[in-house]
Design a protein around this ligand. Structure first.
Ligand code: ZN
Length: 232
């Protein structure tokens, strides 16, 4: 059976070669979504080890957090950008799971994330979800959930309306624009829990601020944040 499976895999690979989501080179057997070289070269921040890291500092005074981190530095024109792009726009959902598992390995080494009760991915608005077909943060969260053995909740925190394009807005306006966008459907699921809020890339932090404050208003005991990447 093993040989048949391997033969089928080889044949499929020949017909539909799998490419690395970072550098677009052919993947070897055993490599998943990303080649070994790209994995090795990932620009890790090590933010999970430092409570006063750049992501936490960005959110200081905006949200009372237990901890906040992003795993990688995000820069334009890099393989990290290619990987995130594949995940968000090219239906490479497996990339999200790979990111989630890498993220989990780091969180396991941090004392700030060792008592998590529930993982919640930042939700997409229903319209956007239908258009894209999936929420990329859900895949990151599911990789995390599997590796950390912490349950995931995807249907409780909801996004009410699509926001206008935020690229040209100042940080304050962005938050003002977003603050009433999120709602919690079932309060009992989050009440008195330590929640890990999961996002793909942190830029201004406005979305996380709006999501996080909604969760805290609904009785969350402790709130932590983890993202795949941080755009300075
Ligand atoms: Zn690669």
């Amino acid at each position: 059976m093993f040989f048949i499976k391997r033969y089928t895999e080889d044949l499929l690979n020949l017909l539909f070669p799998e490419l690395c989501n970072g550098c677009a080179q052919l993947l070897y057997r055993g490599e998943k979504e990303v080649c070994t070289k790209c994995l090795y070269d990932l620009p890790y921040t090590d933010f999970h080890l430092y409570p006063d890291n750049l992501v936490a500092k960005q959110l200081w005074g905006r949200l009372p957090l237990n901890a906040a981190m992003a795993m990688l530095y995000f820069k334009k024109g890099t393989n990290v950008q290619n990987m995130i792009h594949s995940l968000k726009y090219n239906h490479k959902c497996g990339m999200g799971t790979v990111f989630g598992k890498l993220l989990a390995k780091r969180l396991k080494k941090s004392e700030f994330y060792n008592d998590l009760d529930l993982i919640i991915p930042v939700p997409l608005h229903l319209k956007k979800l239908k258009l894209r077909g999936y929420n990329q943060s859900e895949y990151i969260a599911s990789g995390l959930s599997e590796e950390l053995a912490v349950p995931i909740s995807t249907k409780n925190l909801l996004r009410r309306q699509a926001t206008e394009s935020q690229t040209k807005k100042a940080r304050y306006t962005r938050y003002e624009n977003m603050k009433d966008v999120f709602t919690v459907k079932d309060k009992t699921e989050v009440l008195d829990k330590h929640i890990l809020l999961v996002d793909d890339v942190i830029t201004t932090g406005a979305t996380l601020e709006a999501c996080g404050s909604t969760l805290l208003k609904n009785g969350v005991k402790k709130l932590s944040i983890a993202a795949v990447a941080f755009a300075e």
